[in-house]
Design a protein around this ligand. Structure first.
Ligand code: ADP
Ligand code: MG
Length: 185
């Protein structure tokens, strides 16, 4: 177990909106990822189609839960539903895998982080991670607690728990964009 795993989860403020999803098998996780991707694209489309709207400024999703809880499975399903056809590698050693996608709502950059092995906060700036969060991209972050407070408050938190043979997902929104996405899931 990396020493940093013992770090406490950075406290998040009270959520604007919370939903609980029962995911009795892997197919249910895949279906949720697909619904989330569709919700995200609908939100981006709505923002882009009305010039009076704010622009889509990106979305940060923090995925928490033990090893095997289904974080990568959920990210994989989301990427597939957003139109990614190739492999989805777990960025365990690279810390981040980038994807350039063409969705119905237009081009979209997605960054899949796995910070399980992230140990040195100085690496954050050195690796240029901050910029990934300022580019209108969607950042899906496994093991966010490893980054301490560097990530700030996400738009969404997906907390996965193993329950019997299945999983339970508690999804929390911390921004209006996150809330709108979650309402559509
Ligand atoms: P993590 O990234 O959280 O470590 P993975 O997604 O790599 O977890 O692995 C999760 C494992 O659990 C996979 O073997 C997957 O098939 C399985 N799984 C995913 N979702 C569910 C679910 N809702 N119910 C049962 N098994 C699931
Ligand atoms: Mg994983």
């Amino acid at each position: 177990m990396p020493a940093a795993q013992a770090r406490s989860t950075h406290p998040l403020p009270p959520a604007l909106f919370e939903r609980r999803f029962e995911l009795p098998d892997e197919d249910a996780t895949l279906a949720f990822g697909s619904r989330f991707a569709q919700a995200l694209d609908a939100v981006r489309h709505a923002l882009a189609s009305n010039p009076d709207n704010e622009r889509f400024t990106g979305l940060q999703v923090q995925l928490t839960g033990d090893l095997g809880a289904g974080k990568t499975t959920l990210v994989r399903a989301t990427l597939r539903a957003l139109g990614h056809h190739g492999r989805v590698r777990s960025p365990t050693y690279t810390l981040v895998e980038p994807y350039s996608l063409e969705t119905k709502a237009g081009p979209l950059d997605v960054y899949h982080f796995d910070l399980y092995r992230f140990a040195d906060p100085a690496e954050w700036a050195d690796a240029g991670f901050r910029e990934y969060f300022d580019r209108g991209a969607v950042c899906l972050v496994e093991w966010p607690q490893q980054a301490g407070g560097l990530l700030g408050v996400p738009d969404l938190e997906f907390a996965l728990d193993i329950e019997g043979e299945g999983r339970v997902l508690i999804a929390r929104a911390f921004s209006e964009t996150g809330k709108t996405c979650l309402e559509r899931c």
